[in-house]
Design a protein around this ligand. Structure first.
Ligand code: XMP
Length: 514
């Protein structure tokens, strides 16, 4: 156990609640999230240096909206309310919140009072991200207005004496240009934190906690060769040494040559761990035959993974724990991230079957974002080529093949994807892209090749840039590269006669296709 100073994020159902926690961690201050349902007792027991109320989709003045005991403002602990959190603070303390005459959404110019501790060293006119239907019409007694916009007379308020602060905009998203500075100000100037937390303390703390939890038990780690599961495996290996066995499942939905590469890295003696590779290709193709619905595909894949791990565990004997490299975006989008809604069931979380024959599932990276996982990997001494690999989803190419999965379609995506990756590498674009791949649309269209009519599939190419994979931009790829890839794909990959480039960001799309 450590006695790091801590900031507590109280979750009222916003999509960005983990981003808030992450920004606080970036300030080297440990941060945890709890649901508002845990109530004031849990907050008091956690003894945080500061409290942040998140945004949320509700209206404070409606019955049954998430709320909090107003005594929280009397604990002597600084509180920052964000969006819904700001409105709730005002509502509970006697201000007035109502539907705004004009909804504000997107990047907005905000005029801030730089004398406020929150806005120290911030530009007086600064761009912030707004997303609200309601607004604070009248602040609560004792509060001073410290920011406004053209449409929102109360964009920030504070009561310095009581250490209560509230902002209508979202300082945690990168679109708020000086949001990091504002959160830094809250954590250091208002809460008085010193910044005693770093990623190495996370790794150390996790290794100690895992060692305690596992004791002399045996552990199976579901290893995909991707960044997340590799970091989880390295962490477990550090914690319990050869009590750990890593199982890699070839579900027939891997990228071209992936199985060989993973076996070489993990089975080749570079890492000291027990390593098993299971060839389950046919088993997956049989289970997926005729299945078109994305969520059903994910659930089948998730279930099959666990069944295979159970079988392998029986062969080893007495395995109590199953380790997965689940990270935070998997959790939140599977609808398990506290109060927010389901986007898709990531196989290693929401895709798990109801019954799992292990004493416990261990997910040591569950609170981290991708780039934080990479940082943890470096702390654990993993080689850079592994740590900086682009992500690959657990359900593999199944979520890059729209509709039914067949071995023939898998081969098409594998070949197109290999060409796309090869050309991106040749053009030297790898370092600028966060993730890039080919997907097979379920669309067939008419074409002409060598004077003959064709009726074949369209491949979609995707390339995105992102920091945390919660939001992403479609990347600008030079036209010449797209042309080369297109002509190679239609020439080299059978049954493909059209290549499309996906220009959509996230939101409104997701990075993967299903
Ligand atoms: P989406 O498509 O949700 O993807 O925007 C965000 C990031 O998560 C990866 N991803 C997954 N990873 N299991 C995983 O381990 C999954 O089921 C899964 N689905 C998406 C995706 O590749 C991207 O990096």
């Amino acid at each position: 156990m450590t006695n790091n100073e801590k900031v507590l994020v109280v979750d009222f159902g916003g999509q960005y609640n983990q981003l808030i926690a992450r920004r606080v961690r970036e300030c080297n201050v440990y941060c945890e999230i709890i649901s508002y349902r845990a109530g004031i007792e849990a907050i008091r027991a956690a003894a945080p240096k500061g409290i942040i109320f998140t945004g949320g989709p509700n209206s404070v003045y409606l019955e049954d909206s998430p709320t909090m005991d107003p005594a929280v403002f009397e604990l002597g602990i600084p509180v920052l309310g964000i969006c819904y959190g700001s409105q709730l603070m005002m509502h509970l303390l006697g201000g007035h919140v109502c539907r705004a005459p004009e909804r504000e959404y997107g990047k907005t110019l905000v005029h801030v009072d730089t004398k406020s501790p929150m806005f120290q060293d911030v530009n007086p006119d600064t761009i912030c991200w707004m997303s609200h239907n309601d607004y604070i019409e009248t602040p609560a007694p004792g509060f001073a207005v410290t920011a406004y916009t053209d449409n929102c007379p109360v964009a920030a308020v504070e009561n310095q004496e009581k250490n209560l602060y509230a902002v209508q905009f979202h300082p945690e998203v990168l679109h708020t240009q000086e949001g990091k500075k504002m959160l830094h100000n809250f954590v250091y100037e208002v809460c008085g934190c010193k910044g005693d937390w770093k990623m190495d303390s996370f790794v150390e703390r996790s290794v100690t906690a895992l060692r305690e939890k596992i004791g002399d038990g045996k552990v199976l780690c579901a290893l995909s060769g991707g960044v997340d599961s590799s970091v989880a495996a390295a962490m477990l290996s550090k914690a319990v040494g050869n009590q750990l066995t890593c199982v890699f499942v070839d579900h027939g939905l891997l990228r071209k040559n992936e199985m060989e590469q993973v076996c070489e890295i993990f089975g080749g003696g570079e890492f000291e761990m027990n390593f098993i590779c299971v060839d389950a290709r046919q088993r997956y193709y049989d289970k997926l035959a005729g299945v078109e619905e994305p969520e059903k595909k994910r659930k089948i894949i998730g279930e099959e993974f666990v069944r295979i791990f159970e079988e392998e565990a029986k062969k080893i004997g007495r395995v109590d724990f199953l380790v997965q490299g689940t990270i935070y975006p998997d959790v939140v989008e599977s609808g398990l991230g506290g109060e927010s809604t389901v986007i898709k069931s990531h196989h290693n979380v929401g895709g798990l079957p109801d019954y799992v024959d292990f004493k416990e599932i261990v997910e040591p990276l569950r609170d981290l974002f991708k780039d934080e996982v990479r940082q943890a990997g470096r702390e654990l001494g993993l080689p850079e080529y592994l740590v900086s690999r682009q992500p690959f989803p657990g359900p593999g190419l199944a979520v890059r093949i729209i509709g039914e999965v067949t071995p023939e379609k898998v081969a098409m995506v594998q070949d197109a994807d290999a060409i796309w990756r090869e050309e991106i590498a040749k053009a030297g674009l790898e370092g600028q892209l966060s993730q890039y791949f080919a997907a097979l649309t379920n669309m067939r269209s008419v074409g002409v090749m060598g004077d003959e009519r064709t009726y074949d599939y369209a491949i979609a190419l995707r390339a995105v840039t992102t920091v945390d994979f919660m939001t992403a931009e479609s990347a600008e790829i030079p036209w010449s590269v797209l042309q080369t890839v297109t002509s190679r794909i239609v020439n080299e990959v059978k049954h493909v006669n059209r290549v499309l480039y996906d220009c959509t960001g996230k939101p409104p799309a997701t990075i993967e296709f299903e």
